[in-house]
Design a protein around this ligand. Structure first.
Ligand SMILES: N[C@@H](CCC(=O)N[C@@H](CS)C(=O)NCC(=O)O)C(=O)O
Length: 206
């Protein structure tokens, strides 16, 4: 039996939602502990010493051990289930899309959502404001690549939903909050609907 699972989170974060969605798709129960990142609650001495020395959520607590990094936490929950392909190449290809999510997608799509919908443009520093254009271009490039990939298939890897879809869904489905126009990516739009129709799916706000 799996040890007690506690998600240290900020519930409006897509990185945290990935883990809740993975757990829901697998029918796993998660305790939740909320932190206000706007108030620096993940930067306290107590949090840094006991939860994550990197000062960020999400962190999945498994019994008395702490696992930061959303995609690692999703892997922990899904290990040995149908959310991770059995085929060796497909498993590596799934990781490819999860690394793409962290390197090409999240730093652009999620950051613009955070800056524009949570912090507010007027409160951004000059350096952040200067980054809006480059991040918009890089985010659109990531969405375009996803759209081209999905034009000929239903899921990112193989014939069914995997962690690659979960990881990329989390911030894509709220990309418009960061000013991205998803109508430019019709295959992405259809894929978003397929993910939301999966048994066990929970919305971000749940
Ligand atoms: N690569 C990490 C990113 C974690 C991350 O950036 N967390 C943000 C919220 S989504 C955070 O904790 N920000 C608060 C801070 O940096 O103080 C993951 O995928 O979990």
């Amino acid at each position: 039996m799996m040890e007690k699972l506690t998600l240290h989170e900020f519930s409006q974060s897509g990185n945290c939602y990935k883990i809740r969605l993975t757990a829901a798709l697998l029918g796993l129960k998660l305790e939740r502990r909320e932190y206000d990142i706007g108030k620096g609650e993940t930067r306290t001495a107590e949090f840094l010493a006991n939860v994550n020395a990197n000062g960020r959520i999400p962190v999945l607590q498994v019994g008395d051990r702490f696992l930061p990094e959303s995609n690692a936490a999703c892997w922990y929950l899904a290990d040995g289930t149908a959310l991770i392909p059995e085929d060796r190449f497909d498993r590596a290809d799934m990781l490819r899309w999860m690394f793409f999510e962290q390197y090409n997608h999240e730093p652009n799509v999620a950051t613009l959502r955070f800056w524009l919908a949570f912090v507010g443009e007027a409160a951004l520093s000059e350096a952040q404001r200067a980054q809006i254009g480059p991040k918009r271009a890089a985010g659109d490039a990531a969405l375009k690549l996803m759209d081209e990939h999905l034009a000929a298939r239903s899921w990112f890897v193989g014939e069914r939903l995997s962690l690659a879809d979960v990881a990329l869904y989390a911030y894509t489905h709220v990309a418009e909050e960061g000013g991205f126009d998803l109508s430019a990516y019709p295959a992405v739009g259809e894929w978003l609907q397929r993910v939301a129709a999966e048994p066990g799916y929970v919305p971000m706000a749940a």
